[in-house]
Design a protein around this ligand. Structure first.
Ligand SMILES: Cc1ncc(COP(=O)(O)O)c(C=O)c1O
Length: 382
């Protein structure tokens, strides 16, 4: 028997209350019992998104489905959309925009550079006919936290331009005030801060986004937002929903309400700080820039001469701790430690211990226990 720990930025660990809720016998979705589940999910998600004035759509899809829905529902072929990216997932929005025949104006940053809101302001001045701005709030591949609040203030001045935010690993880990910050479509996925298995995605739709929807001529069927709105008004879904996942979602939203959004974010901030301090104490260099580090995942450079893939593999196979490796150009060069969702102080301690033991085994020289000591110091504060 090997006890397993999942320390990746998604899928994340599912609390036993949620697992048990999902294990209940199947129910039919066109019943009053399930109507209540739909209502609880929609109300709870609005709170989690801080979006009391927006509508919410819940899809039986992974997060990418919600991303695709944002493009398909807001635009017409040939529309100009400003897409900012500093990692793999922001780049995906460029790909989706192209797939739908839009004209993306791409603001490409390196994977270690935050989106500069001034660049968005300039791009909008140069392209006042742009119909959308897209930013990834928490870029999971690079660990960057982009300042979507600042970008929202700029986009608010353009009445025909919607602000679309991928907060798939942001929601439940960092502050995201969807309505207040002028985010017209904010999205998340179930296997992240919502503490569920993969398979559900959700997005918000503001009044401004509905205006864009009315103008949009792009083809849409499964992800047609209006179908979800019309059905939600009757506490139901347009198609067969992922019944068990939604029952689980109602439960996880209940747990989140009990903890409170502010406390959830504070917990994530502390865990992230503990991991950062621990890695630095071991002598590892953090990958994301100091001015934009998120709370969901900490990417760290693998010391010179060591193989990051081997490091991930030893941690998993020998110590039972699964972390994520680097993606694309950074495969084998960075590791990514997830601290998202149902994570507590001692998950971080276990993970840092396994990291230290693995690094020792791989011949990296540092003071054993220095990471643990640094993590403990952060976790004992306040
Ligand atoms: C920031 C971000 N955007 C988009 C996605 C894509 O979501 P999915 O893999 O659920 O389709 C992910 C998944 O890791 C993500 O972290």
């Amino acid at each position: 028997m090997k006890k397993r720990y999942l320390m990746t930025p998604g899928p994340t660990t599912v609390p036993s209350e949620v697992l048990l809720a999902q294990a209940k016998p199947m129910i039919h979705h066109r019943t009053p019992d399930f109507n209540q589940v739909v209502r609880d999910c929609a109300d709870g998600l609005k709170e989690v998104f801080c979006a009391p004035n927006s509508d919410v759509c819940i899809f039986a899809s992974s997060g990418t489905g919600a991303m695709e829905s944002a493009i398909a529902n807001c635009f017409c072929p040939g529309d100009k959309v400003i897409v900012c990216y500093n990692g793999k997932f922001g780049q995906r929005m460029v790909q989706i925009s192209k797939a739908y025949g839009l004209e993306p104006i791409v603001l490409e940053y390196g994977w270690q550079v935050c989106v500069n809101p001034d660049d968005v302001a300039k791009a909008l001045e140069e392209n006042p006919d742009a119909r959308g701005v897209v930013v990834t709030q928490s870029e999971t591949s690079s660990g960057i936290l982009n300042d979507v609040e600042a970008v929202g203030k700029i986009v608010k001045n353009y009445p025909d331009c919607v602000f679309i935010v991928d907060s798939i690993t942001g929601i439940g880990a960092v502050e995201c005030k969807t309505d207040e910050w002028g985010i017209d479509c904010c999205m998340t996925g179930s296997q992240k801060g919502l503490m569920l298995p993969p398979g559900l995605a959700a997005c918000t739709v503001s009044e401004k986004a509905w205006k864009a929807y009315e103008r949009s001529t792009l083809p849409k069927f499964y992800f047609d937002w209006k179908k979800y709105k019309a059905n939600l008004a009757k506490d139901t879904t347009p198609f067969t929903p992922a019944v068990s996942l939604m029952i689980g979602l109602a439960e996880s939203l209940k747990l989140m309400k009990e903890e409170g959004m502010e406390n959830i974010i504070a917990r994530h901030a502390k865990l992230a700080e503990a991991v950062r301090q621990a890695c630095e104490a071991i002598g590892l260099e953090l990958f994301a820039p100091a001015e934009g580090r998120g709370n969901a995942v900490t990417p760290v450079w693998v010391p010179e001469g060591l193989d990051g893939k081997q490091l991930v593999s030893i941690m998993k196979n020998k110590y039972g701790v699964t972390i994520a490796g680097g993606q694309e150009d950074y495969a084998g060069k960075i590791i990514r430690i997830g601290h998202l969702g149902y994570v507590g102080d001692f998950d971080v301690i276990v993970c840092i211990a396994a990291l230290e033991m693995t690094l020792k085994e791989m011949g990296y020289e540092f003071e054993a226990g220095s990471g643990i000591k640094a993590a403990e110091a952060v976790l004992m504060e306040g």
